[in-house]
Structure formats: C-alpha cells, structure tokens
Design a protein around this ligand. Structure first.
Ligand SMILES: Cc1ncc(C[n+]2csc(CCOP(=O)(O)OP(=O)(O)O)c2C)c(N)n1
Ligand SMILES: [Mg+2]
Length: 551
C-alpha cells in the first residue's frame, strides 16, 4: 500500500475526494471500526475535521450512523474493513435500508491486484450487500467523482436507504480523476446532488377526481408515516386535521411528525393498545395514507376501509388497494388537499379525545398497582425528561409500550427501529444522537436482552463524555418472544435470562449505575435528568405482566 505523508494526505487523492464530499454533505462523524484497508480513509477524514467514532463493533457503528441520520435528516456514514468487518456491518446496513434512512456504508477491500483470486478475509461485497442495500458499488479512482455523487444521491432518493461502497486498499491514495467542475477537488463551489425530497409537484394516478371520496367521507382518518416525516409535513398535517376535523394516527418511526398533545392526535399504529387504533381505522370510511410505509406494519393490513394513497412513492407495495394515488412531496400534497377543502369538520375534538381515552385504557390494561409496570417507566421518564429530549428504543415488548406511551412533541425526537427491528439499536443510537445534538438530553429505553447486545458501547460514551441515560427494562426475559411461546402453549425455551448486575457493569465502564424496583425509586434515579455529566444506567426491575394484555 502506498504511504501518505505524515502531515497531510494528497489533496487530490480518492480518500480526500470522498471525505470532501461527505463534509460538504454535512457529515461530521464517521462511525466505524478500524482495519488495515481503511487507514488512509481515516487519516483523510482527520484532516477534514470529520471525527472517526470508533464503536465496539461494526454492527453497532452502523446503528450509530443510522441514528445520526434519523436525528439530523442528513446522511449517516459508517466504516468497516474487509472480510470480518464488512460481514459484521451487514445487520446495520439492512436496518438502515428497511428503516428508509440514508446511510453510506464504506468498506475497505484487499488490494485490487489480489481481489480476484485471494481468499484470506476476502468476501464478495457486491453479492453480500445486494439484498440489504439500495446499491452496492466499487469506488475506483478513475470514476470516483461520479460514483460518490451517485452513492449520495441514491442513499437519499425516495425511498432512502443504505448504499454500500467498496474501496480497495490501494485506491485511497490514488489521485481521483477526471474531476468535473463543481467537484470537491475543482476548487470552486461544490455541486452536491439534491439531498432532500422534491418540494412542489404532485402526480395524480387514477381516473376521475381524486378528492371525490374525501369530500363524500364522513369519518376519514389520516395515517401518517415516515415519508411525511422526511418531507417535514407536520405543519401541513396539522392544518388539514384542524380544517377538516380529521384524526391523525402516526406510524412509530414517524412519531412527533404530528404533535402528540394535539386534540386531533389519535395514537401510534401497532404499538401498545394497537387494537383500539385498528378499530378506528376499520370504522373509518376513508384512510388518507400520508407517507405511510408498509415496512412498519407489524400486524397484517386487515381493514376493508378505502384508502387514498399520498406518498413520495407510487403504491407499489399494494398492501392496500387505492383507486387514486397522489405522488410527490407529502407536505405539498396535504397543502393542496387543504386548499381544495370546503366541507364541515368531520370529527369533533371531543370524539377524538374519547378515542384517546379508550387507547389509554388499553395500554394501561394489566397494570398492577404497587409494582413497577413498564408503562410507569415510560410515563415517569417522559415526566423527568425535558421536552427537547431525544429518546431511542430497542426492540421488544418495551418498544411496543414506549412507542405508544412516550409523548413526542417534535419530529426526529424519537428514534425507533421499526423496519428491520433489530435488537441492539437503542444504546448506540443514543450515543450518536448525543453527538449530533450536543445540547439536547438523550434517553435510551431498552430491554435487558437488547442492552446486553450493545452494553459495552457505553465505555465509549464515558470516554467521549456523552451523558446519555439508559433505562433498562430488566425483566429477565426476552419478553416478546416468551409471550409468543406462552400463547402457543409452550414453556419458555431460551427466552429467560439470568439477571446481570448492571450497577457493577456501569461502574466498570466509568458510568453511573442505579438499580430501582419501584415508582419512587425510579423517580429519584431520574431526578436532575438532562443536567448529568456522566452516562447513567438505570436497571429498572419491572414486572412484565402488563405486557401480556398488549400482545
Ligand atoms: C438482532 C435480533 N435478534 C432477535 C430478534 C427477535 N426478537 C424480537 S423482540 C426479542 C426480545 C427482546 O428482549 P429484550 O431486549 O429483553 O426486550 P423485552 O421484549 O424483554 O422488552 C427478540 C429476541 C430481533 N428483533 N433482533
Ligand atoms: Mg427483557
């Protein structure tokens, strides 16, 4: 491998070109794990003021990249070496793609002279990543400028997802060329490809007036999803909901897009109390699916209610049929519908409040007085956390509870993995969120199983001075799976876990740790939330029996 000078990498190198574009796209952190094949890239990043955040392993680094993108709306970047590095990053790449989050996953590869025949540590990245990335490309110096712009543009284009780039170890120091005008290396203003959804146009598919059904509807409901979040369509949702008196259900990953203290807020799809939300959709006479992505469906789509599809993408999933499709910027579509609206409000605020009361009763079902119930943990954490707090969750029964009970005031304040739904996300996601928003408190709500998968990342949180608070729902169980076993009439097999001493673990990682098993204990542990200077791990010994009513 060619050596770069100790002072600065060659300014025209392929590595310098890539970090230049990343910097221009607003990237300030690359999350990854080192290996020989990516040393030149890390050095180029250092010279461009892009911090290399070294995670404990590549899979969690990819979760960090995803969470950084979720929290900021800008592409996230992760880095791995060849072979065991690239295979380890696979889970996080799949997560970004199914969560529809723009991530550039960069992996080194053995030198090009050996790539076609050498076996030690060499796997074919294009075949490895093909099913889990939108695109897998090789970054060669000769076409680097085009390929980098193509990778960025593809990652952010609707629907967004992960793009994987393979770079052979010998390619980094090689001068990139040819360099077009507008390239990072051309000296003038950098020409980035567009990195946000189109702002104005609406395409209409289907015969006749697409709004006829809406005008005729007496009980319409809006189902807002992640494309509405990406289009920042919150104000347009609020306007239409208020103007036409339409309740708004949101998908878990879109939480906050519609303010959850709004009189027309009608709950989160497929989280705790989910039957009440599905009953609302079943009883409606029209569903306006506003940027709803079926990747978030946990239950099958079982309602016969007609649907009007409003999305950045045509209704290619066909999970529901829709006679008309309005395709474009979700905010622009909602704005156009509001401008066409002239009818009387369809629901009163009191009717939506009555629905919310039913939903609340449903998620409180099974709650045992005098115990530390999972819904108590979420509600107490919400009370203790300042409004601008960013919360992350892991995957399992606690996520189903948190997804409904946590009241989200703003978009991009709740980071829930709900496409791939991979355990191990919550802790690294909290760290990345705090790196992205250094002035906002960050809370992770995680199960004890998912926590165990990523707990050692917190050593890095303490090293980097990231005062995240992690509340572990310690139930000694992979509860979500144990409940399924129970429903099937089986005893728990491989779903019970011995408790771990999380206070001792916290201390070993230079974090604060506390164990609680009561409401009063948790209140005390969370006092002063947001003013902490060290990471805190709360081992919350919950009674999981409340989950059963949610299954
Ligand atoms: C990486 C990964 N492996 C397995 C699963 C399947 N799975 C879904 S929920 C769950 C249990 C999670 O247990 P825990 O983290 O303790 O959360 P709890 O359900 O107890 O709240 C499992 C194993 C998954 N989603 N992701
Ligand atoms: Mg558990």
């Amino acid at each position: 491998m060619a050596q770069m000078s100790a002072s600065a990498p060659a300014p025209e190198s392929t590595a310098a070109l890539l970090v230049g574009y990343l910097h221009a796209a607003g990237v300030r952190h690359v999350f990854g794990y080192p290996g020989e094949s990516v040393i030149d890239f890390m050095e180029a990043a250092r010279h461009r003021d892009i911090a290399m955040v070294s995670a404990v392993r590549e899979g969690t680094a990819a979760f960090m990249a995803e969470a950084a993108a979720m929290a900021t709306g800008r592409p996230g970047v992760c880095l791995s070496t060849l072979g065991p590095g690239s295979t380890a990053v696979l889970n996080g790449v799949a997560s970004a793609t199914l969560d529809r989050v723009p991530v550039l996953a960069i992996s080194g590869q053995i030198e090009s002279s050996r790539e076609q025949f050498f076996t030690h540590q060499v796997v074919d990245h294009d075949r490895l990543f093909a099913p889990v990335a939108k695109l897998a490309l090789r970054l060669d110096p000769a076409s680097a400028d085009t390929v980098i712009r193509k990778a960025l543009r593809t990652a952010v284009a609707e629907r967004p997802g992960a793009v994987h780039l393979t770079v052979t170890a010998d390619a980094w120091p090689v001068p990139a060329g040819p360099v077009p005008a507008g390239s990072v290396l051309a000296g003038g203003p950098v020409r980035l490809p567009p990195l946000a959804p189109a702002a104005g146009s609406v395409d209409v598919y289907g015969d006749g007036d697409p709004l006829a059904r809406l005008r005729a509807a007496r009980r319409p409901v809006i189902l807002a999803g992640i494309a509405a979040l990406r289009c920042a369509a919150g104000p347009d949702l609020v306007r239409l909901a208020e103007l036409a008196g339409i309740p708004v259900v949101v998908s878990p990953m879109a939480k906050g897009t519609f303010p959850e203290d709004h009189p027309y807020f009608a709950g989160v799809l497929d989280m705790a109390g989910y039957r009440v939300v599905w009953d609302l959709l079943a009883g409606a006479d029209l569903i306006l699916a506003a940027g709803f992505d079926p990747v978030e469906l946990i239950s099958p789509w079982s309602v016969a209610t007609p649907v009007l599809h409003l999305d950045t993408t045509p209704n290619t999933d066909q999970v529901y049929a829709s006679a008309h499709e309005l395709v474009g910027h979700v905010g622009a579509i909602l704005g156009w519908i509001a401008s066409q609206w002239s009818g009387a409000p369809r629901w009163t605020e009191a009717e939506v409040a009555a629905h919310r009361a039913r939903l609340r009763a449903a998620w409180l079902a099974g709650r045992a007085e005098g115990r530390l119930n999972p819904s108590d943990v979420v509600a107490l954490a919400r009370e203790a956390a300042p409004p601008q707090t960013i919360v992350t969750t892991d995957v399992g029964s606690h996520k189903i509870m948190a997804g409904q009970v946590w009241q989200a005031p703003a978009p991009r304040s709740v980071l829930i993995p709900n496409g791939l739904s991979a355990m191990g996300f919550g802790v690294p996601a909290a760290m990345a969120a705090r790196l992205a928003w250094t002035d906002r408190p960050v809370l992770a709500l995680v199960g004890d199983g998912g926590f165990a998968m990523a707990a050692t990342e917190l050593r890095i949180a303490s090293t980097l001075g990231l005062p995240v608070t992690v509340v572990v729902f310690a139930d000694g169980s992979l509860n979500r799976i144990e409940l399924r076993q129970q429903m099937m009439g089986y005893p728990p097999t491989a779903t019970r876990m011995d408790g771990m001493d999380l206070v001792a673990l916290a201390e070993a990682m230079d974090c604060d740790g506390v164990r609680v098993d009561s409401v009063a204990g948790l209140e005390k542990a969370l006092a002063g939330f947001g003013t902490r200077s060290r990471p805190l791990i709360v081992e919350a010994r919950v009674d999981p029996s409340q989950y059963e009513a949610q299954f």
